[in-house]
Design a binder for this molecule. Structure first.
Ligand SMILES: [Ca+2]
Ligand SMILES: [Ca+2]
Ligand SMILES: [Ca+2]
Length: 124
């Protein structure tokens, strides 16, 4: 197995914890609201937006192996390119994650998305 693939598989473990923490009503799916509310822990200045600096801290806490890629990951999540992550982006991110189009992110979809994000960041 190449080092790149090991690096890609690593976040799956961290994402399992993140998924459970974010899944407030424990229905084993995430909505865009749950994703956003989870990310809000890192909204240090409580302005409702996660900026790059706050996102870097989030990556450092959740996926320390990926700290070097937090800029690329931020860009991948910032759907409208306004340098802030908020409800607009969590809705857009959910659309990307939600491959079976049921309006929610199942755990398997969440993992696939995490791996894609990691691959994008590695090759950005
Ligand atoms: Ca903020
Ligand atoms: Ca944005
Ligand atoms: Ca789904």
């Amino acid at each position: 197995m190449s080092p790149v693939w090991i690096l890609v598989l690593l976040p799956a473990l961290a994402m399992a914890d993140s998924f459970s923490d974010a899944d407030k009503n424990k229905d084993s799916t995430l909505t865009d609201v749950e994703i956003l509310n989870y990310a809000k822990q890192w909204d240090a200045d409580k302005d409702g937006n996660i900026v790059q600096k706050e996102f870097s801290k989030l990556i450092k806490d959740l996926l320390p192996e990926y700290a070097a890629y937090s800029t690329a990951m931020f860009k991948a999540c910032d759907s409208n390119k306004d340098q802030k992550l908020n409800a607009v982006d969590s809705a857009a991110v959910l659309k990307k994650i939600d491959t079976n189009k049921n309006g929610k992110a199942e755990k398997s979809e969440f993992y696939v998305w995490g791996s894609m994000l990691a691959v994008d960041a590695l090759f950005a």
